[in-house]
Design a binder for this molecule. Structure first.
Ligand code: NAD
Length: 477
C-alpha cells in the first residue's frame, strides 16, 4: 500500500482521514491519500502566493531548464510512472507507457514556450493627433492557478496544465482526481526536484466537493483550469466568481464513413474500433458515434465486430491485454444500463454487451440506436460504439451535430469537397479528415465548442490562457 500525502511548499502533509485508491481491475487497494479540506487548500494557496513571487523572478531560461530537466527525469523513470498509472487508472500497461511518453513531450513543448516572446509593439501614433508615444504589450503571469484534473489521464492532462502554467511564470495548486492522485504527487515532486521553488507546486488531495470546491471559491486563485465532466464544469463556473476559466469537458465524438470508402472497410473498422476502445472508452475523444453510408453499413459493422471480438479484455498489467476495466463499479453499472436502455428502445447489440466482472465490459457494438437513447445523446465513457446508417453527407453532418458536445469529429472520404463541407459545417473544436476523432498531438490547439468547453490547451495556447496582457506606453515628448 502506497501512503500518499499532500505536497504543500515541498512539505509532505498527512491527515487522519484518508481516501483509499483502488485498482479498478479487482478492487484491491493501491494506496491512500489524505482527505484534504478547506484549511489545507487555504494553506496551499497562501504558500503558492509566495511561490509565485519566486517563479516570476526566474529567468525564461531557468524555467526552460527546469522543465527540460523534469521531462528527462520522467523519461528516465517511465516504467515506474507507467506501472503506477496502470494500478490507479486500470489502463493497460501499453496505454500507460503511451501516456508517460506524451507527458514527457508535453513538458518539453512547454519548456520551449517558456522562451517565446509573447508581446508586440503597439502603434500608438496610429490614432489621430498622437505623436511621440511608443510602447508595447507583454503577457504577464496571472499568479496562482488552480488545476483540477480528472481520473483518465492523471499524468499527461495534469502536465497540460502545470507545465504551461510554470513556463509562463505562475504558481499552481493541483487538486487531482480522488481516484488517481498518486501519480500527480510524483509529478509534483519531480517538478520541484527539477528546480521549481517548492512553494510554487502544491498538491491538495481530497474530494471534489471539499478540496476542489474550496480551491474554486478561493478569491486569491486567479484562474481555474479544469478537465472533467460537463456537470462539474458548470458547478465550478457557477461558484468560482471573478477569475479566468479553462474548461476541457466531455464529448460523444462522431465520425462519418463516406460512400467511397469501399475496399478499406477492414482497416477503417480497426482504426475506429481502436478509437472507441482505447482506455476502455474512457477518453474524452473516444469514438462513440459512427455514421456509415448505408451502402457500406453491413460490411462495416461486420468488420467492426470481428475486430472487437479479437481484442483481449482483462488484466491491464499484462502486456497482451488490449482493453482493461472501467474506473469503478458505478461506471460499469451505468454503462450496462445505457446499453439495456438502447436495446429496449429498438437498437441491436451486434457484439459484446456482456459484463465480464464488476468493472470489465466487453467491447460492444450497438447499431440503429435511436437519437433519444442516452447512448446517442450523452457521453458513455465506456467501451461501446454506436453505429447508425446515413444516406448522405448532409445527413451525416446533421447527425454528428445532433449532440450537446463539440470536441472533435472525423470523416473518412476521398472527396475533397465533402471533406471541406464536413470541416466547415460540423460544430467542433477539431476536425480530423481521414483520421479518427480520437487523434490528438500535444502541441495542437485542443478544446471544445458547445458543452465541450471553453479555451484551448496545447502548451502554446495554454500559455496564452494563463497570462494576461499588460500594455506599456512611453511618452517621449
Ligand atoms: P469529474 O468531473 O467527475 O471530476 C473531475 C475533477 O473535478 C476531479 O478532480 C473531481 O474531484 C473534481 N470535482 C468534482 N466536483 C467538484 C466541485 N464541485 N468543485 C471542484 N472540483 C470538483 O470527471 P472525471 O470522471 O474524473 O473525468 C471524466 C470526464 O472528464 C469525462 O466527462 C471526460 O470527457 C472529461 N475529460 C475531458 C477531457 C478534455 O480534454 N476535454 C480530457 C479528459 C477527460
Amino acid at each position: 500500500m502506497i501512503k500518499g500525502y499532500m505536497l504543500i511548499g515541498g512539505k509532505k502533509v498527512f491527515k487522519k482521514e484518508k481516501i483509499v485508491i483502488d485498482f479498478p481491475f479487482d478492487g484491491s487497494p493501491v494506496g491512500t491519500v489524505p482527505r484534504g479540506k478547506k484549511e489545507d487548500v487555504e494553506l496551499a494557496v497562501e504558500t503558492a502566493l509566495k511561490g509565485f513571487e519566486k517563479v516570476k523572478s526566474m529567468t525564461a531560461y531557468e524555467r526552460y531548464q527546469a522543465l527540460q530537466k523534469a521531462a528527462r527525469i520522467i523519461a528516465s523513470r517511465s516504467r515506474e510512472f507507467a506501472e503506477l498509472l496502470t494500478l490507479e487508472v486500470g489502463k493497460t500497461i501499453k496505454e500507460s507507457m503511451g501516456e508517460v511518453g506524451r507527458a514527457v513531450n508535453t513538458i518539453t513543448l512547454s519548456a520551449e514556450e517558456a522562451k517565446r516572446v509573447l508581446g508586440e509593439e503597439v502603434r500608438f501614433d496610429a490614432a489621430p493627433g498622437i505623436k511621440g508615444k511608443v510602447g508595447f504589450f507583454r503577457r504577464v503571469p496571472l499568479g496562482v492557478i488552480g488545476c483540477i484534473t480528472p481520473f483518465n489521464f492523471p499524468l499527461n492532462l495534469t502536465c497540460h496544465k502545470v507545465a504551461p502554467a510554470l513556463a509562463a511564470g505562475n504558481a499552481v495548486v493541483i487538486k487531482p482526481s480522488e481516484n488517481t492522485s498518486l501519480t500527480v504527487i510524483k509529478l509534483a515532486e519531480v517538478l520541484v526536484e527539477a528546480g521549481f521553488p517548492p512553494e510554487a507546486v502544491n498538491v491538495v488531495t481530497g474530494y471534489g466537493e471539499e478540496a476542489g470546491d474550496a480551491l474554486v471559491r478561493d478569491e486569491r486563485v486567479r484562474m481555474i483550469t479544469f478537465t472533467g465532466s460537463v456537470a462539474t464544469g458548470k458547478i465550478i463556473m457557477s461558484r468560482g466568481g471573478l477569475k479566468k476559466y479553462a474548461m476541457e469537458l466531455g464529448s460523444n465524438a462522431g465520425v462519418y464513413v463516406d460512400k467511397d470508402q469501399t475496399g478499406r472497410l477492414k482497416e477503417l473498422a480497426e482504426r475506429i474500433g481502436r478509437g472507441g476502445y482505447a482506455l476502455a472508452g474512457q477518453v474524452c475523444i473516444s469514438v462513440q458515434r459512427v455514421f456509415v453510408h448505408e451502402s457500406l453499413f453491413e460490411e462495416f459493422t461486420k468488420e467492426l465486430c470481428s475486430f472487437s471480438k479479437s481484442l483481449k479484455v482483462g488484466d491491464p498489467r499484462l502486456e497482451e491485454t488490449d482493453v482493461g476495466p472501467v474506473i469503478d463499479r458505478n461506471a460499469a453499472d451505468r454503462i450496462m444500463e445505457w446499453i439495456e436502455e438502447a436495446r429496449s428502445m429498438g437498437a441491436q447489440v451486434l457484439c459484446g454487451g456482456r459484463r465480464l466482472s464488476e468493472t470489465l465490459i466487453e467491447p460492444t457494438v450497438v447499431v440503429n440506436v435511436p437519437r433519444e437513447a442516452k447512448l446517442f445523446r450523452q457521453e458513455v465513457f465506456g467501451p461501446v460504439i454506436v453505429v447508425n446508417p446515413v444516406d448522405s453527407l448532409e445527413a451525416a453532418i446533421e447527425a454528428v451535430n445532433d449532440s450537446p458536445y463539440g470536441l472533435q469529429a472525423g470523416i473518412f472520404t476521398n472527396d475533397l469537397k465533402a471533406a471541406f463541407k464536413f470541416a466547415e459545417e460540423v460544430e467542433c473544436g477539431g476536425i480530423m479528415v481521414n483520421e479518427i476523432p480520437t487523434f490528438r498531438v500535444d502541441q495542437m490547439p485542443y478544446g471544445g465548442v458547445k458543452e465541450s468547453g471553453i479555451g484551448r490547451e496545447g502548451p502554446k495556447f495554454a500559455v496564452e490562457e494563463m497570462t494576461e496582457i499588460k500594455t506599456i506606453c512611453f511618452d517621449l515628448n
